[in-house]
Ligand binder design. Structure first.
Ligand code: TYC
Length: 124
């Protein structure tokens, strides 16, 4: 926030203000507060990338994509098959905290079920 003395400016306004309640007007505008433009920087985004392996069941991967990455059954199946055929695939794009949290939850579930599923995060 920048506070400046604008009494000179107020003087000029006053002269142009039809001489009506000049003093009130001057008092009101003798100091003007300028709000700085808010510096809103977009946070960097991270891709959650799932890797293929030979043991994690296809159904499990589809279920993870539906539950944690908001994919429909059809989208999830498509992504799972892409990973299965190409070696890896993108589950979604999120801020670091969200990406890390989703990856952690999926990997916890995979380990609980003894699946060797792997996930990596990649900055966009
Ligand atoms: N390749 C696995 C299978 O044939 C399926 C699979 C797909 C595993 C995607 C991991 O991220 C993965 N059962």
């Amino acid at each position: 926030m920048i506070t400046s003395d604008y009494s000179n400016f107020a003087e000029k306004i006053t002269l142009n203000s039809n001489n009506e309640k000049n003093d009130d007007f001057k008092n009101k505008f003798s100091s003007i507060v300028l709000e700085e433009k808010p510096k809103l920087k977009k946070p960097p985004l991270y891709k959650v990338i799932m890797l293929n392996d030979d043991y994690t069941p296809m159904e499990f991967v589809v279920e993870m994509l539906q539950s944690y990455f908001s994919k429909s059954q059809e989208q999830a199946t498509e992504i799972m098959l892409h990973i299965h055929q190409k070696g890896l695939g993108i589950c979604g794009l999120y801020t670091y905290e969200i990406a890390e949290s989703k990856a952690t939850l999926v990997l916890e579930k995979a380990r609980k079920n003894q699946h060797p599923l792997q996930i990596k995060l990649e900055k966009e």
